[in-house]
Design a protein around this ligand. Structure first.
Ligand SMILES: [Zn+2]
Ligand SMILES: [Zn+2]
Length: 345
């Protein structure tokens, strides 16, 4: 638990070295290494990491479903930590601040998307734990402008899943049809278990679709308040107004379209999905819509963190020590995690 007493005193002596779990090549297990402490550049802060969530995207990077990662790479983009040192041109953060570091690590501010206020689509973006080093380590550096100040209750492992699962869930949720009452969620993992709390808080009915036969996930969804939980291939008792797909399974798109009413929306929250099978136009007809969600903006993040603290969102997670990152990834891959997997340092 984060507490005020542990704030970094200004005379804190930083270690010279840190432990990190490193990907040397795609397809290989991560390797525990001792590395020199990274130095923040002018606009970066050095963060002592408390916890870092393990995301399906980390698996997709290791499996080469996301290509051209920085190499070697320290994965991890759901970071909670304390600012331990400041770059020479930082101005917002101070030592001892509790911060979250998300996937979106940097945007250029001058490409056509940044100029249109769509920084989540920036042409020159850098991504934490993908094109820059992330949080499977005791320390990391991050651009100050892309860190979030976190409320104190999230200063521990419980805050980590908010930084990707929570954020991308929130942005996906913002894309659903206005006046959605019945909300379907496909894939009941880390993102879904945060999102259902927001949706219920706002009076919606949630229908949880899981891997076929995954009674554990269906039970988890019901425990969190889902009105219905069943197999992803099952027909829900009522039509959905909108559905969000977190499972990386392309065939769920026509399935979800079949179950939404007229004007319904199907929102895809993942970065990578298997191919979408051909489907008849009538599934899309009547103003149904399919939309993907890419990254999040800092504004999404600020809104989400404020809302999460208000609800308040409580995350379910299983902790693993840093050196067991491979075990955490395997558990996630095999569907053995209820909620989120989180590394603690
Ligand atoms: Zn993620
Ligand atoms: Zn840009």
């Amino acid at each position: 638990m984060y507490d005020e007493q542990k704030k970094y005193p200004n005379d804190q002596v930083l270690p010279l070295m840190m432990r990190a779990m490193v990907m040397d090549a795609p397809g290989q297990p991560l390797v525990l290494k001792e590395l020199p402490l990274p130095k923040p550049s002018a606009k970066q802060v050095l963060v002592k990491i408390i916890a870092c969530g393990v995301c399906r995207t980390d698996l997709q990077i290791m499996d080469s479903e996301l290509v051209h990662p920085k190499m070697p790479l320290i994965p991890g983009h759901e970071i909670v930590g304390i600012v331990a040192a400041l770059g020479s041109e930082t101005s917002k953060m101070k030592k001892g601040d509790l911060v979250g570091i998300p996937w979106l690590g940097y945007t250029c501010g001058h490409c056509r998307y940044c100029l249109k206020d769509q920084e989540n689509l920036c042409e020159n973006a850098l991504f934490t734990g993908y094109t820059i080093d992330g949080g499977y380590a005791e320390y990391t550096v991050a651009f100050e402008d892309y860190c979030f100040l976190l409320p104190i209750q999230y200063g521990n492992a419980s805050g980590a899943p908010l930084m990707c699962a929570g954020l991308i869930g929130y942005r996906s949720y913002r894309m659903i049809a206005p006046d959605t009452q019945n909300l379907g969620i496909y894939g009941f993992g880390a993102a879904a278990h945060v999102l259902i709390q927001l949706a219920l808080h706002q009076g919606k009915k949630v229908y949880a679709f899981t891997r076929d036969g995954d009674v554990a996930a269906q039970g988890f969804a019901k425990k969190l308040g889902a009105a219905w939980a069943g197999d992803s291939t099952a027909t829900p008792p009522e039509p959905m107004d909108s559905s969000i797909i977190f499972a990386p399974v392309g065939s769920l798109i026509p399935k979800a379209l079949k179950d939404v009413g007229k004007g319904g929306r199907v929102i895809c929250g993942g970065i990578h999905m298997s191919d979408i099978p051909a489907f008849p136009y009538k599934l899309l007809w009547e103003e149904r819509m399919v939309k993907s969600v890419a990254n999040v903006t800092r504004k999404d993040g600020d809104e989400f963190i404020e809302l999460a603290a208000q609800v308040p969102v409580r995350t379910a997670y299983r902790v693993f020590p840093l050196h067991e990152a491979n075990e955490a990834l395997a558990a996630l891959r095999n569907g053995l995690i209820e909620g989120a997997a989180v590394l603690v340092m």
